[in-house]
Design a binder for this molecule. Sequence first.
Ligand SMILES: *Cc1c(COP(=O)(O)O)cnc(C)c1O
Length: 440
Amino acid sequence: MALIVPDGSELSATHFDERDTLRTSRGEFHIPRTPDGTQEVVYLCGNSLGLMPRATREAVVQELDDWARLGVEGHFHAKHPWLPAHEFCRDTAARLVGARPHEVVLMNSLTVNLHLMMATFYRPTAERFKIVIEDAAFPSDSYAVQSQASWHGRDPGEAVVRLKPRAGEQTLRTDDVVHELNRHGQSVALVMLSGVNYLTGQVFDFATITEAGHRIGARVGWDLAHAAGNVPLALHDWNADFACWCSYKYLNSGAGAVAGCFVHERHGRNTSLNGATGGLPRFAGWWGNDPTTRFKMGPNFVPVPTADSWSLSNPPVLALSPVRVSLEIFDKVGVVALREKSVRLTGYLRGLIDELKSPMIEITTPRDEASCGCQLSIAVKDRPRDLYDALTADHVMCDFREPNVVRVAPVPLYNTFHDCWRFVDILRKHLSKQGPADGS
Ligand SMILES: *Cc1c(COP(=O)(O)O)cnc(C)c1O
């Protein structure tokens, strides 16, 4: 057989797809089509809202049918009994984030969980009160940490430390992060970075930063909104104190889906609620109570010695079933195979964009493999919004983030090499129309 070289042709994209061992997983998803229905769009927005698995509808309808048929008995006799509904997501979620099953709980939504985690892991004192985040943190994370500082009576301007890249650089260097942590030293109560930055796509060095945070005596939590389902994670081994993620981006569980939360087992086992004696105060609800005594309906909270003890309410089963379906898909494919394809797919896309040699655009996502997931962030020099609108009109679904970033994320579960090729073909057309000569 002839050797296929990645020559940027449509034919070679097709050949890559034919050889892709994950190519059948695309068939498990609904791919949006153009308004006239003639073709599939180029969907590069899985970092913002993942596509719907075909199996999701039936799973949700099953819950509705069970409710109609069984009423309250659904708690025990639904196909997936509601009482332990979150249990059905536990093992798959744990494998996805590199945790032990009792370190993971599916509950609430992301920002809510960040607050619940900070209620326990941000307990400022006169000396130790700062929270370290990225300067380019997702707004909700900024608001969350600022409001936590205020809620504890601190001035957010003083308490929140924002890590900025060096002048002229787009992303943070690990050495600089560590240096800043050391510089703030024992004034730092909490380090809470995103695992993958939403704007630049930069993947942080989890192990090094977690260790550096612990060395100065701080707690370290990760917001994995753009990391879960995107890059391999090892939360237990990294020794993170906590982590939170949403399930509607790479995890394909539907807008506002039930989110995930990790609490390291060394904290999960700590069932003392007395902060003065080394316990972990937390906000409590009946679903965090030990299930063996929960229905004794006693007045005093008995935390189950796992991450579950941070959960408050009985799980929303209609919202949770899409998460179960989606996590099963990830589990079937496996994070190793996904990452392998992701590296090739995103590398291929980057190569095609580089080949355009356009002075109008620059990829700001780090180039080295360990610092990059699915997403490429493209900074557009001139009239970025016009370029984004033109791509959209040509049926590319990507997104635009102020002031000038077009984000594209080929996700390995359902995107193809041909999607990448189509995107760059359309991009080339608009760049040559829009800006100075690009050499093509
Ligand atoms: C998407 C995202 C959020 C969104 O928060 P919700 O509570 O799910 O609305 C928060 N933080 C980060 C880093 C995100 O990427």
